[in-house]
Design a protein around this ligand. Structure first.
Ligand code: PMP
Ligand code: GLN
Length: 380
């Protein structure tokens, strides 16, 4: 009774990164690059700090950054958004997600998430008195079970959270999936939260099917992204949320008192860089696909089995031919004894299936790191 979030402990990302550091393991657990973002981008931060951009940004975000975001979503997704009323810059996608959920979820409202599910949704739902309903994705492809979703909707369903490309599986939603979703929510009051932080990391020449590409869905969606993933700057914590004006009004009521605004020089630097090199994001899929392919080639002859990720910078692997341990124990063992840290997948599931033996590796690493990790993983 003294805690509002009895189920919440320390996130697996902190736990595994700490364990990796403690044992000197190669850290392929928490998702972050071990290389720098574009120098021209980082220089703009220094420039703006040296030139007086050190006070509060406007609550909704620097106009130049909101304009660059609006230009991007029109160019990539054919979605016209109003810079003043529909784009809000936040302190990371995490803040945008928390603000969106807090803005619309009332006590007793149900929110549907799909397991395995990124870990920041449920605490945000529960601290607002909402009820988090976990629906399992269908293995092996981690697809949404539309029949199950349909039968799980109730008059209390307030929101459905979709994450594409999906962390941890790398699965992506197809155009047909978006149509299915539209069919299910039509004539309801259900809102959508699209966690699209890996929007620019989709492989094999496939498009990213953003909720913003689908006018009917966009009209009821908060769509969230993060510059941390796009520019290899996870430590900057700059993200944004796009939502129709009435939803953005509500989102901003929370954002205004949660953080008020986001670091000014970082926003200006990102805006400058987006303007200077708008096609940077076109090169990102090939950049990360090469890393995915290298990592997959390195572990091809290991005991792991896997299907190459369709997006994100994570690769899931099945270790059942290597060990009988449960995934949490296996990830610890791998870190402590074999010197490679990974994330167990069961921690993203409300009702983990004990026969699911999966761990997640982050391949957003330089070739040396991946080669070294690959060599260790092949010795298991
Ligand atoms: N959603 C997903 C699926 C993520 O993987 C992350 C990453 N870290 C976030 C949200 C949070 O992004 P940010 O670091 O910008 O808060
Ligand atoms: N999103 C990152 C991951 O999935 C971690 C973010 C965090 O550490 N909070 O690994």
């Amino acid at each position: 009774p003294t805690t509002k979030l009895p189920k919440v402990g320390t996130t697996i990302f902190s736990v595994m990164s700490q364990l990796a550091a403690q044992h000197g393991a190669i850290n392929l657990s928490q998702g972050f690059p071990d290389f720098e973002g574009p120098e021209a981008l980082r220089e703009r931060v220094t420039y703006h700090m040296a030139h007086g951009a050190n006070q509060y940004a406007p609550m909704t975000g620097m106009p130049s950054l909101r304009e660059a975001i609006a230009e991007k979503v029109e160019r990539l997704y054919g979605c016209q958004v109003d810079v003043e009323t529909e784009v809000t810059v936040t302190s990371g996608a995490t803040e945008a997600i928390f603000a969106a959920i807090s803005a619309v979820v009332r006590a007793g409202d149900e929110v549907i998430v799909f397991d395995p599910c990124y870990d920041c949704y449920e605490p945000a739902i529960e601290i607002n008195g909402g009820i988090c309903r976990h629906l399992p994705l269908t293995l092996p492809e981690f697809n949404i079970d539309w029949q199950l979703l349909k039968s799980s909707l109730t008059p209390r369903t307030r929101m459905i959270i979709v994450n594409t490309p999906h962390n941890p599986s790398g699965a992506t939603l197809s155009k047909a999936d978006l149509d299915q979703l539209a069919d299910l929510v039509r004539d309801t009051h259900i809102l959508l939260l699209g966690d699209e932080v890996y929007e620019h990391i989709v492989f094999d020449d496939q498009p990213h099917n953003s909720l913003l590409t689908h006018a009917e869905l966009a009209a009821r969606s908060f769509v969230v992204s993060s510059f941390g993933k796009t520019y290899h700057t996870t430590g900057w914590k700059v993200g944004y949320c796009i939502a129709p004006a009435p939803l953005s009004v509500e989102l901003r009521k929370v954002h205004q008192y949660l953080t008020f605004s986001t670091a000014t020089p970082l926003q200006l630097a990102i805006a400058d860089y987006m303007k200077k090199d708008p096609h940077y994001t076109n090169e990102l899929p090939a950049f990360y696909q090469q890393k995915r392919d290298l990592f997959c080639a390195l572990i091809r002859d290991s005991g792991f089995s896997f299907t190459p990720a369709k997006g994100t910078y994570f690769q899931l692997v099945d270790y059942s031919a290597v060990s009988d341990l449960d995934d949490v124990s296996f990830a610890r063992w791998l870190t402590v004894e074999k010197g490679v840290a990974a994330i167990p997948v069961s921690v993203f599931c409300a009702e983990p299936n004990p026969s699911m033996k999966l761990v997640r590796f982050c391949f957003a690493k330089g070739a040396d790191t991946l080669n070294q990790a690959g060599a260790r993983l092949c010795q298991l």
